[in-house]
Design a protein around this ligand. Structure first.
Ligand code: UDX
Ligand code: UDX
Length: 429
């Protein structure tokens, strides 16, 4: 099938490369010409395991192309995915200007039947608006359908998530649209939930909100664990073995970040409010998440007495491992709080340093964890990269000025570190 994907960002690129790998002919469009030029040269602008290989292979096979020619690319395709950004406004509400703009452009360009599918995370009823927009702006009497096909791709495993999803959600209003989307995903052989467009839109926000709720729930439990001397790792293990609860998304830590959860939770609170429901549960989820970052800084301060003029070594800047993405990374807020208290910050991340240099001020970036530890008053882990799990703590102890380890992701064994003479600060243990 011929597909066009508008928006060659994280979601658009992965979706495009994967659809091409399933045998479809895909054109990725983007209004950023520079981005398209470098994609044409084979440069993949994001770090995502397996993506580069997939993109190169399918480009060579002629199944994946990049273009900035809007009308041409749209008209070559029958199914068009909208994967442009939906950034938050100050109120937390999603800004749908790009989506609307793309819908208008499609309307003016299309010369034959199109199925226009929203892939970006959008508020419920966006599909309705896309439909009205295309109807209002289309130049020719051609039929079209609108559909919703939310993505559930995690960064760092997006290709894997695309190829082996738990389910695919399709929101449609016509048999033709349903058949087209079913056909597109047929090679994956996974369960497909077919529903109306509004329900599909809600499934995305409800799923992300529920996952964030799990994280904040276990972070709240972690706080109680600290007060009473229990171990949150054991608590979550015991809870997670109940199949009704499940073990995933029960890792306590410095809170969730990334391009989706914080933004989607804000947006969903806003959507609920607009529909007349005050989503207090989600407001608490958000508050617990903010508190997690403050609490870690408070614990470091308690261990060092005074933060002013202390040097804090930070390991991990990305919002989670296996990505260089720092959007809403807890590290950004935590480093700002440390600096505000007068501390100097040194930092290392296996992937995110180039980006971090553009985002963080007055941070000394290092080439390796041991360099971070040298003459620091505390070592703070904010992202659970594998390479941090196997550090030589005998060496680290010699390098640190004070033997304090704040393990914001619970990756170390407190007993082992304490035996080596460290003061260990974890989350909920
Ligand atoms: C974005 C949204 O943030 C997310 O909510 C949604 O689920 C999917 O789309 P992501 O792919 O990570 O996620 O965004 P980003 O990396 O910012 O990519 C968006 C791309 O769209 C950019 O390359 C941008 O240049 C392009 N774009 C934006 C267009 O092609 N046309 C526009 O009008 C606006
Ligand atoms: C998320 C959703 O999982 C995905 O389905 C959606 O399409 C996009 O948003 P992503 O943001 O890539 O994906 O990362 P995810 O692995 O979900 O982690 C989000 C954040 O939660 C990270 O900061 C991570 O560190 C944190 N997290 C996750 C926890 O703190 N504890 C956990 O148990 C799990």
């Amino acid at each position: 099938m011929n597909i066009c994907i508008i928006g060659a960002g994280h979601v658009g690129l992965v979706t495009g490369a994967c659809f091409a790998d399933l045998g479809h002919r895909v054109t990725c469009l983007d209004n950023n010409r520079q981005k398209i030029q470098s994609l044409k040269r084979g440069a993949i602008p994001i770090y995502e395991p397996g993506l580069e290989e997939l993109a190169h292979r399918n480009s060579r096979l002629g199944r994946l192309r990049f273009s900035d020619k809007f009308a041409e690319s749209v008209n070559e395709a029958e199914v068009i995915f909208i994967a442009v950004g939906t950034p938050p406004k100050e109120t937390g509400e999603a800004d749908l200007t790009y989506v609307e703009n793309v819908a208008r452009q499609i309307a003016t360009a299309m010369r034959s039947y199109k199925l226009v599918v929203e892939k970006s995370t959008v508020p419920v009823e966006t599909g309705e608006w896309i439909k009205r927009t295309i109807q209002a702006y289309k130049k020719r009497q051609v039929p079209f359908d609108v559909g919703s096909n939310p993505e559930f791709l995690r960064e760092g495993s997006a290709v894997q998530d695309f190829m082996h999803p738990d389910r695919i959600v399709i929101g449609v209003e016509s048999q033709r649209a349903k058949n087209l989307l079913m056909e597109l995903y047929k090679p994956l052989k996974v369960p497909i939930v077919v529903t109306d467009i509004k329900s599909a839109e809600l499934i995305k926000h409800a799923s992300n909100s529920f996952l964030a709720t799990k994280i904040s729930f276990i972070n709240a439990i972690a706080m109680i664990c600290e007060q009473v001397g229990a171990d949150v790792l054991k608590v979550s293990e015991g809870m997670g073995m109940d199949r009704r609860i499940g073990p995933s998304f029960l890792s306590a830590g410095v809170g969730y970040g990334g391009s989706c959860f914080p933004k989607d939770i804000d947006a969903f609170i806003h959507i609920a409010g607009k529909s007349g429901y005050d989503f207090q549960l989600l407001k608490a989820v958000r508050e617990i998440n903010e508190a997690q970052k403050r609490r870690l800084v408070q614990k470091i301060e308690k261990a060092l007495w005074i933060l002013n003029d202390k040097t804090i070594g930070v390991l991990g800047l990305a919002f989670k491992p296996d990505t260089d993405d720092m959007r809403n990374a807890p590290a950004i807020d935590i480093i700002a709080m440390l600096q505000q208290a007068g501390a100097k910050v040194k930092a290392y991340d296996p992937q995110a340093i180039p980006l971090a240099k553009t985002l963080l001020k007055d941070v000394q970036f290092c080439q390796a964890p041991y360099e971070v530890a040298r003459r620091s008053d505390a070592l703070v882990v904010l992202t659970e990269w594998n390479e941090f799990k196997e550090l030589d703590f005998v060496r680290i102890k010699k390098l640190l000025r004070q033997p304090v380890v704040a393990d914001g992701r619970n990756i170390y064994d407190p007993k082992k570190l304490e035996q080596l003479g460290f003061r260990y600060i974890g989350v909920g243990r």
